[in-house]
Design a binder for this molecule. Structure first.
Ligand SMILES: [Zn+2]
Length: 78
């Protein structure tokens, strides 16, 4: 027998994350998570170096957007 507790209410209060664009606090499960890549050097220089076979480490970080900012930036595909 499955208790009703298993379906809902067992998560409690979820962690809140800040929107990267407007700064609104949204629950983590409602926020849209995207990965942001940042190049340490200029883009054209990086393309030139990659053509020659040089490997450069690209650092990435996860950023969160609230629902309205994700719609405005066309991150959500609908
Ligand atoms: Zn936002």
């Amino acid at each position: 027998m499955v208790k009703s507790k298993d379906f809902k209410g067992n998560k409690g209060r979820s962690r809140r994350v800040q929107c990267d664009s407007c700064g609104r606090l949204v629950p983590e499960e409602k926020a849209i998570k995207t990965e942001k890549f940042s190049l340490p050097i200029d883009k054209y220089l990086w393309e030139e170096l990659q053509r020659n076979g040089t490997q450069i480490h690209i650092s990435s970080q996860f950023i969160y957007f609230c629902f309205s900012c994700a719609r405005h930036r066309k991150i959500l595909k609908q």
